[in-house]
Design a protein around this ligand. Sequence first.
Ligand SMILES: NC(=O)c1ccc[n+]([C@@H]2O[C@H](COP(=O)([O-])OP(=O)(O)OC[C@H]3O[C@@H](n4cnc5c(N)ncnc54)[C@H](O)[C@@H]3O)[C@@H](O)[C@H]2O)c1
Ligand SMILES: [Mg+2]
Ligand SMILES: [Mg+2]
Ligand SMILES: [Mg+2]
Ligand SMILES: [Zn+2]
Length: 460
Amino acid sequence: MAALTMNPKAEMVERFLDFAARGDKEKVTSMISNSSFLINQSGEKGWTALMLAARNGHFEVVKTLLAKGCDTSPVNKSEQTAYDIARFWGHKHIATLLCRGQDGDPHRVLPDMHSDGENLYFNHEFLDRLSERRTDSTWLAAKQRAPDTVFLLFYSLNPLVTSEPLKEDGRGDCSYQLSRLRRPSVEPLLGHPNTTLIFLGVEKPRTCAPNTAMDDGEDDGLTAWFALSTEEDPTELVKFPDPQCAFLQAPMPGLLKLSDNEAGVVAQARAVLAWHSRYSFCPTCGSGTRVDDGGHKRTCLREGCRSLRGIHNTCYPRVDPVAIMLVIHPEGNQCLLGRKKVFPAGMFSCLAGFIEPGETVEEGVRREVWEESGVRVGPVRYVTSQPWPMPSSLMIGCHAVALTTAINVDENEIEEARWFTRQQVIDATVKAKHAVFSLPPRQAIAHYLIKHWIGMQANL
Ligand SMILES: NC(=O)c1ccc[n+]([C@@H]2O[C@H](COP(=O)([O-])OP(=O)(O)OC[C@H]3O[C@@H](n4cnc5c(N)ncnc54)[C@H](O)[C@@H]3O)[C@@H](O)[C@H]2O)c1
Ligand SMILES: [Mg+2]
Ligand SMILES: [Mg+2]
Ligand SMILES: [Mg+2]
Ligand SMILES: [Zn+2]
């Protein structure tokens, strides 16, 4: 067979990668000392030296590469980082080393808890909520008059959007942008009896100390965001900034097509607005209520109402905790997924259910899995969480280990539940066309829990 001809540089990269793959620490060290460019080079299928050393369990080589400043973020053609690869192949000590990051990285204190779930859709805290300002009515009123203040408009809980993607931070699949209205456009709606106004926060980073008092007319440089909501069609009252603007027709799938930053804002706004639309009257006595704290509290108007004494959580926006879990087979090589009738054809997802009063997350996971699939679950481990504003759930994502494997579905809720092998799950993530099932969309925490189990970079 004719030898492949390679240029000297490519040949050097190949040799370097080979030493890393074989765990030859001395050769790796001396090659980097002579040619520092080698450290982040990749070869076949995008594999770097760090990935190869992580794949083959060469702890000392990984340590050396990290000490020399190797970049841990590149991904190979299967979208795995070196950390994902170390987890996938069961080299826990290397995964711990890789997720520890720099000395200042707080993950090093809780290495086993490391997950990149903070990057999940709806999880971006783009605004600083500045909750200490919610009771400062003078400051809030000044912000409502400020020319750069942003107003988001919702009609029946659906935001006003333009169909142009936001370039600054969007992924490829974001196709809507929230319409950021200014005071003159929304003037006729402000103070209207059927509208609700909530203060969402100010754009980060803070440019001045949080408690700096603002005299009349003095600007603190913070750009405030408000959400304005109405249950009546506001088209006649509002001046739309451009003819492309329209309210989303339904929350799904439109709410999953925003940029990550705007999705985070909607997660907050929609849940609080949904609470206002459902709790207009005092849940304790049925009287009318007043909106306080920049829209984050409702106070009963009837003197002597029990809700005015002590702290009543009915006066504050509600959040419903939901446990969502990837159940793993006792042998560790399969996972349990189910499908509801309303899912698109072929799609299977994690089981999930509302946590009941007096229940821990772990008990909620065990009960819901038993009810929906007839499988008994033992150990449960928290992975990450996600606000899900349909209308106000907090998804608490867990991995759980099954104790039994026979499936008996609750047909009222689940159409089918099945064990899928690790390979079938990998096929669904990388070879979607030939896979036996399809995954939920990347914006859902279920997608994250599944990819996290197989050790893949969950957000790619
Ligand atoms: N982000 C994701 O990946 C993802 C995946 C699955 C489910 N979810 C969300 O999780 C939520 C719960 O999942 P589920 O429907 O399987 O729950 P579930 O299995 O507990 O069943 C739902 C039923 O529980 C009852 N229920 C109990 N407490 C409730 C409450 N506080 N609010 C509403 N109904 C309550 C109702 O009868 C409802 O029909 C759903 O709203 C769904 O949108 C999100
Ligand atoms: Mg359920
Ligand atoms: Mg259920
Ligand atoms: Mg339930
Ligand atoms: Zn009351």
